[in-house]
Structures are given as structure tokens and as C-alpha cells.
Ligand binder design. Sequence first.
Ligand code: HEM
Length: 379
Amino acid sequence: MAAAPAEAAMPAWWRVVSEVAYFAALAAVIGGALVYLAVVRPVLRSDVDVADRGAAHRATVRLLAWCGPLLLVAAYLQLAGRVARGVKGVTFGEALAPSRIWSFLTVPGPHGAWVSSGTLTLIQNICYALAAIALLTLFVWDRPTLVTATVLPLAVLGTVVLALPTTWAGQTVDTQLNSWLTQVHILGACAWLGGLFGLAVVGRARGFGERAGLCWARMWQRFSSVALVSVGAVVASGVWLAWRHVGTVGQLFTTTYGRFLLVKLIIVAAMVAAGAYNQLALTPRIARAHAEGDLGRGFALTLRHFPTVVAVETVLGLAVLTIVPFLTGSARTQAGGPPAPAVDGGVLALGALLVVTLVASLYASYRVSTLLTRRAQTT
Ligand code: HEM
């Protein structure tokens, strides 16, 4: 017999603000550090004009430094949000008090727990505080490689530590898969959105010379590989999360949870389309302009057109993050349907098939882009 449909609860304003701020700050830090190490630094160490190297370096260091205070404020709001959600009768305003937060973090764990959830949350925020302090040093200390190589593992550890169960009793394949795939989802989303945001900001910096298009063509090409892997991680883990919470396609239209997810998916599809445009249309056009020696057009395409498309993607990404707090409850329960079936061999095989298909299609799009770019350089 079907269960009674569950009411859809709208999140309080402070929950929306604190969660969006948290994921946006985490994306800026993780995506920013990753893009510096995997895209900006390797390109600036290659054959680039001194003026362009200086302009890109200064803009990147300045952006990363400002991510420090951003992370501190966002992590504190997120922590207060956890207290307001976790302690009955405490308002968000009251939860901002350090004493409230400390008593929340020091609540002992239930009998049989190897650690309390307060301790895991404390470890999370110690990681974020250390990462923020390291980023703040960039205001006075120009060592972005050392700082980002420290910040990236700290920020990643800060989010994945909450995937650890506080008790091993009752843990199943389902619960473990859900915890870790949620982290894959968050990390993939942070790398993608934070990378887009970082390059959109640095690409708009002043001081680039007329040959800067050559250096930026390499930046965008390197970033497209980072973006492809991140998109793959977000989509594969997203399909798992969607399967857990949505029982039928119909529930995407008939339930509040489903409708919010549908809007999210439409926005993500627009982001993927913009990314495909950059990779399959703009990148070959940049290659042709440079092959014809037209530095002016190369500059316009790499430092005007491309950053504009990326800035639009970043704004769409922020819209996606704004929808996330509204994904509360589940479409399955809101429709009065059964919860997701337990994971079995069939589900795992389907999941593996999905991942293989996704990897193959992303690799194919990478190959096509490389082919189109090569052809543009030779014809
Ligand atoms: C730009 C792309 C995306 C971003 C930035 C993003 C971001 C997020 C974030 C931050 C969460 C919250 C994770 C948590 O703490 O529980 C989330 C949850 C979720 N995402 Fe995404 N996501 C993206 C794309 C997708 C895609 C493509 C799908 C589906 C195919 C998807 C399905 C879901 C679902 C179902 C949840 C809710 C999980 C729950 O109710 O606990 N997301 N997403």
C-alpha cells in the first residue's frame, strides 16, 4: 500500500543564504586552486610574453587571496546554519554565537559511535580555517604554488570528512555509496564552477598585451580538459542522486522536489551547451585566427568573447547552487511512492554502463575538438 505523500517543506531564508554562500566559497577555493595548479601555472611557465605573465599572475594571486576571507565567512555561516538546523528552538541569529557553536561541536556522540558528528564538523572547519589563513598570506607573500598545493587538499578534506559515518553499525553499500557519491558531486561541481569563475575573473584583468591571445588560447584549451572531467563526475554522481530521490520521470513534474530538480537540470544543460560551443566552435576559430597571424582577432576571441561565455556559465552555475537548498526531502516520498530499491548487481551494472558511456562521449567530444582545432590551424 502506497505511503501518504510527504509535504514539501521550503527551506528558511538563512538556510538558502548560508548553503549558497558555503558552496560558492568552496567552489571558488577548490576550483581556483585547481585551475592555478593545472591551468594557469603550467601555461605561465611556458613561452609567454612577460607582460601577459605578470598580468595573469597578479590577477590570479589577488583572486585567490580574496577567497580567504570569503571562505572564513561562508564556513562560519554554514556552521551556524548546522546549529540552527541541529538544535531545536535555536534561531539562526542565536546560532551565530560562538558559545552556541562550541557546545554544538562538543556534544558527545551516541553510544557505540567511534566519533561524534560534532568532532567531524570541527575537523571540517579547522581544515577550512587553515585553508583560509593560507590564502590570506597571498596578500603579503607571493607564493601561489605552495599556497594552492596546501589549500587544495585541506579544502577537499574539509568536505569529504563529513562522508565518514560516525558508527559502522548499520552501514550498507547504499549508505556508503550515497555518502561518497555526494562528495564526488560536490567536488566535481566545485572544480567546474570554481574553475569557470576563476578564469572569467582573471581573463578580465588589465595589463594583457596584443599577443595575450596566444597564452589564453592555451589556458582555455587546458581548462577544457579539467571541465570535461568535472562534468563527467557531476553528471555520473548526479544521476545516482537523482535515482535515489526521483522514482519516475513523472515525479519531475508532479512533485515540488522534482520540479526544482528539473529546473536545475535545464540550467545545467544550458551550461554544458555553452561549454560545447566554447570547445567545438570558439577554440577552432581561435586556432584559425592565430594560424593566419591575426593576433587582433585572436585577442578578441580569447579575451573578450570566451570570457563572456564563461561568465554566463558562471552565473548559470550560481543559479544551480541557489536551487540546491530547495532539494529537500525526496520526490519519491512527496509522491507517496516507495523509497529507492536497495542497490543490487543490476543497479551497479547499470551505473557502470552509464559511467562508461559518459566517459566515451566526453572523450569523443575532446577528440572532435582537437581534430577541428588542428584542421583550423592547417587549412
Ligand atoms: C553545475 C552542475 C551542478 C552543480 C553545481 C550541482 C551542485 C549540487 C550540490 C552542491 C548539491 C548538494 C550536495 C549535498 O550537500 O547534499 C547537489 C545535490 C544534488 N544534485 Fe547537483 N549539481 C549539479 C548538477 C547536477 C546534475 C547534472 C544532476 C543530475 C543528473 C544533479 C542532481 C542532484 C541531486 C538529485 C541532488 C540532491 C541530493 C539530495 O537531495 O540530497 N546535480 N548538487
